[in-house]
Design a protein around this ligand. Structure first.
Ligand SMILES: Cc1cc2nc3c(=O)[nH]c(=O)nc-3n(C[C@H](O)[C@H](O)[C@H](O)COP(=O)(O)OP(=O)(O)OC[C@H]3O[C@@H](n4cnc5c(N)ncnc54)[C@H](O)[C@@H]3O)c2cc1C
Ligand SMILES: *[C@@H]1O[C@H](CO)[C@@H](O)[C@H](O)[C@H]1NC(C)=O
Ligand SMILES: *[C@@H]1O[C@H](CO)[C@@H](O)[C@H](O)[C@H]1NC(C)=O
Ligand SMILES: *[C@@H]1O[C@H](CO)[C@@H](O)[C@H](O)[C@H]1NC(C)=O
Ligand SMILES: *[C@@H]1O[C@H](CO)[C@@H](O)[C@H](O)[C@H]1NC(C)=O
Ligand SMILES: *[C@@H]1O[C@H](CO)[C@@H](O)[C@H](O)[C@H]1NC(C)=O
Ligand SMILES: *[C@@H]1O[C@H](CO)[C@@H](O)[C@H](O)[C@H]1NC(C)=O
Length: 601
């Protein structure tokens, strides 16, 4: 996001041979047949590969298009999470189609292309969603296994709560009973204090009705403002690659191949009239040799919200008219593939502040912070991107509810989020060379706009069209316009007197709703939480891509476990929610394991 001001501090990319069986491209593979083939080593794919290979009788291959995460120091340094995308060797480099809701701007849309997927390049905020998010997933799919009370067990299975980098006293910043203590992903509270900390908390004390304090923001009871968690342990990023794959990589029954892009799923036979997809083609890059790999049991698609629907479409599963236009023969005419994308939108609000201790100075001159991190794993580089965040609702009396049903997951879920940042954050405008700043990024959490992902060609190396369709509805624009007024009430608290100098740009001048709307449309950008493009629906629904057991509708041998299956974007930064569904997804797959030696068809 602020990459223009941040150099790669450790620019060299090299691969250490420390992951057990790591093949560097598909030509090195010795076997072409496995019980399970998992496509994509991101948040979900790493969980599935690691959990399935816990059973030493089962052989698993993990296929990842990107490079290995090993030996790339910038990935490890928490605050440099802001510099790993877009447009780096770790990114797929997607760009949205022009967004009418944003004055036709086209926005770079990062996705991790590396082991760990987006968990190796993300900002590490760690949450689960609201109880109502999961209860809604259960009610719209008719599958009670997705309710919050059942999923909490998986949440604790994923998390290892550890001490923050600075080992400060965290009393009052969290509720121990809500946390896991022995899972693969290290999670901690903020590891470096900022001048915002006491002021944010003081504001919740001055305005407890509108801005209540939330004693634990991890998820479940989501509303209110409190201390943020991140997937950081020992001052270092904890990703699905470090947390799940590294410990599993010595297993003789788990192979991992990087620089291997799945380009097509192929039909291997029929069970009755239902086609079986037990084969996948992979290649290192455009023009390189293509290898066919077979799964006896199942192929699990974990290529993410963009990669999964694109691969289905390339394989003939999608809207027939659109597949024909792209030159692909339809095998299953399912018009839901790639549609109903649900995504958060981010509005960056920035102020000049009277304090030299903002991270702006660190970004301009990083050497001291880098040295402190290198020697001690502390200081600004060990910091979260934000130490506090909050989850809030529009007033019940807001005029929009006269015309639009409340789209929140429930009455105890939010419409928008506030993120408090100790530096300039505006993805549209690089940070100025001088000055000190504070940002409050407002995130639209309950969008009603829906977008899509669609291939434009049968060439798997041509990126799909990506359309989050931000701010395409009256509700979405109303919520963000109101959020600006709500934000102004927040920063009118006494705690900010003398700290805030003045708002930057039109944040200071926009007064009427029309002026605020123009400011919103000019400044909104992404926060990279898209889900929904292979939506999970009930078995008898007339639309949707997977059943509640995550099996692809209308075919045999294919399951999807990643963010694409979530029918609504959650009250969370999405990695935690996706870890939970992946933990349960792995259990569903294990439950279906049958002891056959050859593909079922
Ligand atoms: C810059 C950025 C910042 C973010 N910040 C946060 C944050 O602070 N907190 C948070 O909770 N969430 C954050 N997110 C979102 C979060 O990381 C994602 O929602 C989550 O990682 C998605 O999980 P996934 O398993 O669906 O996909 P991913 O983690 O993206 O994994 C998909 C994997 O599949 C691979 N792949 C794709 N296509 C193919 C193919 N054809 N063949 C083989 N491999 C393929 C990809 O290379 C990738 O490794 C952020 C995302 C980004 C990009
Ligand atoms: C993304 O852009 C970077 C920088 O230009 C480049 O190094 C990388 O190879 C690109 N990634 C893809 C998938 O094209
Ligand atoms: C090193 O880290 C510890 C906490 O782990 C901290 O107490 C100490 O002050 C740090 N030292 C330096 C030089 O930053
Ligand atoms: C934390 O990081 C330091 C510095 O690299 C290392 O010496 C130490 O072993 C790490 N501790 C844990 C628990 O990983
Ligand atoms: C399939 O795609 C075409 C072209 O975009 C569209 O007109 C049609 O409505 C889609 N079909 C369904 C059932 O959504
Ligand atoms: C998108 O989701 C809605 C329900 O929210 C559903 O009615 C519609 O059919 C879906 N569209 C497609 C193309 O699947
Ligand atoms: C919302 O949360 C409050 C406080 O936790 C609780 O008393 C109430 O029952 C919840 N409402 C619903 C509809 O779940």
């Amino acid at each position: 996001m602020i990459s223009s001001t941040l150099p790669w501090v450790a620019a060299s990319i090299f691969i250490l041979p420390s992951l057990g069986k790591l093949y560097n491209n598909p030509s090195q593979l010795i076997k072409t047949n496995y019980d399970y083939i998992v496509i994509g080593g991101g948040a979900a794919g790493a969980v599935v590969a690691a959990r399935l290979s816990e059973n030493s009788d089962i052989s698993v291959l993990l296929v990842e298009a990107g490079i290995s995460n090993e030996g790339i120091t910038d990935i490890d340094i928490p605050l440099l999470g802001l510099s790993l995308a877009p447009s780096t060797p770790l990114d797929w480099n997607y760009t949205t189609i022009p967004q009418p809701g944003l004055g036709n701007r086209a926005i770079p849309y990062p996705r991790g292309k590396v082991l760990g997927g987006s968990t190796s390049v993300n900002y590490m905020v760690y949450m689960r969603g609201s109880t109502e998010d999961f209860d809604r997933y259960a009610s719209v799919t008719g599958e009670s296994g997705w309710v919050w009370d059942q999923m909490l067990e998986y949440a604790k299975k994923n998390e290892k709560l550890v001490s923050p980098a600075d080992h400060h006293d965290t009393t009052g910043e969290f509720l121990p009973s809500l946390h896991g203590t022995s899972g693969p992903i290290s999670v901690s509270l903020g590891g470096n204090p900022t001048p915002l900390d006491s002021r944010v908390i003081a504001t919740t004390e001055e305005f407890p009705t509108e801005f209540p304090f939330n004693p634990d923001t991890i998820g479940g009871d989501i509303l209110g403002i409190g201390w943020a968690f991140a997937s950081i342990g020992n001052g270092t990023r904890s990703s699905s690659a470090t947390g799940y794959l590294a410990p599993a990589s010595g297993r003789p029954n788990l192979d991992i191949v990087v620089n291997a892009q799945a380009t097509k799923l192929e039909v291997t036979g029929k069970k009755g009239t239902v086609p079986c997809f037990h084969r996948v083609l992979v290649a290192e890059k455009a023009g390189a040799a293509v290898y066919a790999l077979t799964a006896n049991q199942e192929i699990i698609l974990s290529a993410g919200t963009f990669g999964t629907p694109a691969l289905l479409q390339l394989s003939g599963i999608g809207n027939k008219t659109e597949l024909s236009a792209a030159g692909v023969t339809t095998i299953i005419d399912n018009p839901s593939v790639g549609k109903n994308m649900s995504d958060h939108a981010l509005l960056p609000n920035v102020w000049n502040v009277d304090n030299p201790d903002t991270y702006d100075s660190v970004f301009r001159n990083p050497s001291q912070a880098l040295e402190q991190w290198t020697n001690n794993r502390t200081g600004p580089f060990a910091s979260h991107i934000a130490n506090q965040l909050g989850w809030l609702r529009l007033p019940q009396t807001a005029s929009i509810f006269e015309t639009t049903p409340d789209p929140a997951a429930g009455p105890n879920s939010s419409h928008f989020e506030m993120i408090f940042l100790n530096y300039w954050l505006n993805p549209n405008t690089p940070a100025p060379p001088t000055g000190n700043f504070m940002s409050e990024a407002t995130v639209l959490i309950s969008p009603t706009s829906r977008g899509f992902v669609k291939i434009s060609s049968s060439d798997p190396f041509k990126p799909p069209l990506v359309n989050p369709n931000w701010l395409n509805t009256d509700f979405d624009i109303f919520a963000l316009v109101e959020s600006v007024k709500i934000s102004r009430r927040f920063f009118a608290a006494k705690a900010w007197e003398g700290y805030i100098l003045d708002p930057v740009g039109e944040l200071g001048t926009a007064e009427t709703d029309e002026e605020i709307e123009a400011y919103v449309r000019k400044n909104v950008n992404g926060i990279w939480h898209a889900v929904g493009t292979a939506m999970m629906t009930s078995k008898d629904a007339g639309y949707g891509v997977v059943d509640p057991d995550l099996k692809v509708k209308g075919v045999n041998g294919l399951r999807i476990v990643d963010g694409s299956i979530l029918p609504f974007v959650p009250n969370a930064h999405t990695q935690g929610t996706i870890y939970l569904i992946a933990e349960r997804g792995a259990d569903l797959i294990k439950d279906d394991y049958h002891d056959d030696t050859c593909p079922t068809c």
